[in-house]
Design a protein around this ligand. Sequence first.
Ligand code: UDP
Length: 368
Amino acid sequence: MYDYLIVGAGLYGAVFAQKAKEQGKKVLVIDKRDNIAGNVYTEKIEGINVHKYGAHIFHTNNKEVWDYVNRFAVFNRFTNSPVANYKGELFSLPFNMYTFNKMWGVVTPEEAAAKIEEQRKEITGEPRNLEEQAISLVGRDIYEKLIKGYTEKQWGRDCKELPSFIIKRLPVRLTFDNNYFNALYQGIPVGGYTKMVENMLEGIEVRLGVDYLENKDELDKLAQKVVYTGAIDAYFDYKLGTLEYRSVRFENELLDIPNFQGNAAVNYTDRETPWTRIIEHKWFEFGKDENGNDIPKTVISREYSSEWKPGDEPYYPVNDEKNGALYEEYRKLAENEKNIIFGGRLGEYKYYDMDAVIASALEKFKNV
Ligand code: UDP
């Protein structure tokens, strides 16, 4: 008999499993995929750690989480500085003095602030949606060129129908600072995320290619408690209806050139380009292989966003009012289930960053 059956070998499951094992618990981790690490999974291609389920850049202000992950990997000094491509014009992200200079020709922070102030005036009162929030943060010009198209492609919804908190993730700065994140600690685990998760799961039994929901009765018998990190609506067989998710499709290409775009991430912020961004994976580790040699080839991934339908991988919960209300109903059902914990982006239907998922798993373990 196991103390815990952990469904899902992504970050939430791996952290919970690691803590439980450390405390002497007997743990079994299963995953329906053939690989561990969930959506942070990386695969080595031509010496490059390819982020197979999209770019993951670790960043946090939480010292406990930072110390924790550093037990399982060495983190490099990668700093995320995406470039926005709007119809061939390039802008620095997040919104900062480089962006404002390129957009308006302003030179000083005072001039930039005045320009933003002038444009944000069109929003009076508390912003009611993403569009209003964006304009009130950075003005209409930046909204039109750098936010609107990208956001509508990513979410498949009009910016007026999206919650404003999504855009609050992005910093706005009157300094020349292209660091996308406001985080004290940031980096990419050297050797890839898969290795890091492998280290977390060391000494823990893992069974891959096992679908929990299809073998639930049998699997439940194996453990005292279940930690479920799959989609909460799937667990209840969608009986109250389906929650909406956004899915992502990647077109990966191996190119026989050393440098495709000169940066890890380029966002295509116009509406017409069908992909949202292109990731060039080698730049997460500065174009070097594990021996410090320049890698002659490159792998790029074009990222296409789509509405999730059964059978697709769910990536982003759509945290609008309608889905929030439905999730609340599922959460109530979950509370009445015995001996099971729902956790992670899918289990809690929450747009969690990696550090928040880890913090949440650590916290949950402390409380059980
Ligand atoms: N966003 C944008 N333009 C960009 C990048 C981001 O408007 O060039 C907005 C967009 O609404 C997006 C949100 O910021 O949904 C969060 O973007 P982030 O890159 O943090 O999302 P993730 O990396 O989780 O996909």
